[in-house]
Write a protein that binds this ligand. Structure first.
Ligand SMILES: Cc1cc2nc3c(=O)[nH]c(=O)nc-3n(C[C@H](O)[C@H](O)[C@H](O)COP(=O)(O)OP(=O)(O)OC[C@H]3O[C@@H](n4cnc5c(N)ncnc54)[C@H](O)[C@@H]3O)c2cc1C
Length: 394
């Protein structure tokens, strides 16, 4: 019988090209050798070690799908494989890549001018410059269309005022993509994106303290007080309401659907090793039927999620990926990873709460991953609208 890797019963690895395998292995090795030795320290400090950003950039993790401007321009599956390996380390590490690449860099690439792209994308691809994506506000998360941040014209400048919440990397970013409502003739509440250098007067950011989840991510508030930027700060392609930010979010959600496979696999690897060695009632823990049942259920759920991600990659490369497919994979794969992390913690017993094991950190992180980029409720509403034609968000 062919012996497949314990997490790859359907032998999906065999479909990977040598280039994809090399990329995957390089990322996995960097995560294991460079990131993991400091993971518990970073968790304790509650911030991402930003000095590692250029090393993450060197892996090709920033702006994966962008063509030109020094960006990796790799296929959808390669992008997914990198996200999976980063999140095997920690969801905060994958979040860094999602915020930088899928959100900030894609916003510039999709909607920016040639000048904006030339100025920012090459140094963001290397990680020398960091970006953030300011959409959510204290009063508007699932419903960003209600946002109160406003941009008003003043001569040949724009003046921005408002508050953003939960914004990854905002305290270390060199540029911020700020989404704001703009009063325009014939379009009284248009939502547009602005590329704001964070050293501009009136831009303030502060880390949100007290997180029990995603601690290795810099999650911030932003306050914008009479921030004046020139006309050239507007992302000119963002003139169609929420479609522009949602399009960036879809790219990030695709990365999440792949990333959480890594978190789940990391938990399962650990629990299988543990259960093989742990003795209870005079026998190996993994020799009990109930434990084997849990392992089998986890592998089955993981395999279904892997198949979904591999298919998503084919659709993305073929230019046929749609919002509903991404919504389904985002919420279903995150839920899979949450359930697996929870079951693994249970199988580990008491030691499952210790930081020597990865599962508790993954379990806590996945609460954030389930919340950002659209909760399960929101993604089920997207699918409900597709099934029925009825919009039930409000
Ligand atoms: C760690 C972290 C990092 C983040 N990073 C970023 C970032 O970099 N940039 C950014 O812009 N945002 C970011 N976010 C914000 C994130 O996208 C929002 O938290 C998310 O969209 C949910 O919004 P909310 O927290 O305001 O919850 P709410 O919108 O207040 O939702 C509360 C509850 O109500 C439910 N609900 C809402 N609407 C409906 C409805 N119509 N029907 C049924 N149920 C509904 C939700 O599912 C949820 O359970 C981040 C969040 C976290 C936690």
């Amino acid at each position: 019988m062919t012996q497949y890797s314990s997490n790859d019963l359907y032998d999906l690895d065999a479909d990977l090209t040598p280039g994809e395998k090399a990329l995957r292995d390089r990322t996995r090795a960097w995560v294991a050798d460079t990131f993991m030795p400091h993971v518990n320290k970073s968790w304790e400090l509650g911030v991402f070690p930003t000095e590692l950003a250029t090393e993450v950039g060197a892996l090709g993790a920033f702006g994966c799908s962008i063509e030109g401007y020094g960006c990796p321009n790799i296929g959808a599956r390669s992008y997914g494989l990198i996200m999976r390996e980063l999140e095997r380390g920690d969801s905060g590490l994958r979040t860094l890549a999602s915020v930088q690449g899928a959100l900030a860099m894609n916003a510039i690439s999709f909607y920016g001018t040639e000048d904006q792209k030339q100025t920012w994308l090459p140094t963001m691809a290397t990680g020398e410059h960091l970006g953030c994506f300011g959409l959510t506000e204290p009063g508007f998360g699932s419903n960003p269309g209600g946002m109160e941040t406003i941009a008003r014209r003043s001569g040949d400048e724009w003046v921005l005022n408002g508050e953003k919440m939960w914004i990854g990397n905002a305290d270390v970013a060199h540029c911020a993509i700020i989404w704001a409502t703009v009063e325009e003739p014939g379009n009284p509440k248009a939502i547009r994106g602005f590329l704001v250098p964070t050293d501009v007067k009136g831009y303030e950011s502060s880390l949100i303290d007290g997180k029990y989840s995603l601690r290795i991510a810099r999650t911030c508030r932003i306050r914008l007080t009479d921030v004046r930027v020139p006309e050239s700060a507007l992302l000119p392609g963002t003139s169609i309401g929420l479609r522009a930010p949602l399009c960036c979010l879809d790219q990030a959600r695709y990365g999440i659907a792949w990333g959480v496979l890594g978190a789940a696999e990391g938990c399962m690897d650990e629990v299988r090793r543990y259960a093989m060695e742990r003795q209870v009632f005079g026998r190996r823990l993994d020799s009990f039927q109930m434990v084997q049942g849990k392992l089998a259920d986890m592998l089955t759920r993981l395999t279904k999620a892997q198949l979904m991600s591999f298919r998503l990659a084919e659709l993305k490369d073929a230019g046929r990926l749609n919002e509903e497919q991404v919504s389904m994979a985002k919420y279903a794969n995150v839920e899979m990873a949450q359930d697996i992390a929870r079951t693994c913690r249970e199988v580990l017993g008491g030691v499952g709460i210790l930081d020597e094991y990865v599962v508790m950190r993954h379990l806590l992180n996945l609460e954030s991953v389930a919340t950002y980029e659209g909760t399960k409720d929101i993604h089920r509403l997207v699918l409900g609208r597709w099934l029925t034609g009825v919009q039930a968000f409000r």
